[in-house]
Design a protein around this ligand. Sequence first.
Ligand SMILES: O=C(O)CCC(=O)C(=O)O
Length: 275
Amino acid sequence: MTYLSSNQLKQYRDEGFVSPINIFSKEKAKEIRNEIELIEKEMPEELEKSGRYNAHLISPLLDEVTHNTKILDAVESLIGKDILVCGTTLFIKNPNEKGFVSYHQDAKYIGLEPHNWVTAWVAITDSNEHNGCMRMWSGSHKNNLKEHDQKFNEENLLTRGQTVKNVPTDETTPLILTAGQMSLHHPTIVHGSDLNQSDDRRIGFVIQSYIGTNVKQVIGKNSVQLARGKDNYNFHEKIKRTKSLMNKENIKLKKQENDYLQEIFYKGSLKKGTY
Ligand SMILES: O=C(O)CCC(=O)C(=O)O
């Protein structure tokens, strides 16, 4: 079954991304933002730095997004009908902070092989050039993995500050989304994002990533949830979906999963960043 149109499939093949895709209403996005902000208020450190990963394990509304049928339909068109979720990340840029994302390829340090996987970036707030939306180096996914410098800059929202050299930033495409829309991007596309210059937060909830059941974790360990279809390979441990907000057991599970992730992201690195 192909849910994306032939133009969208062509865009993904030629450019390495598809955007924008409507998923839910602005009102729903606001409800999700409120849940994120409630967690931040009740547990001030829970979503900070390396805690920003796997918030879907403690937030029923983020769990609902992760398993959203429209998102999964689009993902199925790209990686097939047997789909696992192997993690999520909140990319939040607050106003007056200097957070940015250097140009990088997701596949570089994530250990997911083969590249039968895709990342969904879901806009919880509007995301545009003024507040630092993602920018894509169109077509760069065709050239395999590139060398990355490791800059470990505190303001860089990536773990190692990993940076691809000589990116033609003036030619990159901004992915402009309104709250409730998403983009999908390829594991090897070079992308990044600039500062938030607005006076509101920019919040992206990123399912990083949806993987085919044939994809292995070759660096460390990732637990997964079955999102659609059947897992005939069973390469990964399965974890349950959450039913309640900030449940103690799920907070523990999130911490455990995030510890595994840290091992993956910093494997072989002489230094550790804060994310
Ligand atoms: O949210 C951002 O600005 C960057 C996110 C990103 O790099 C990703 O989703 O792979």
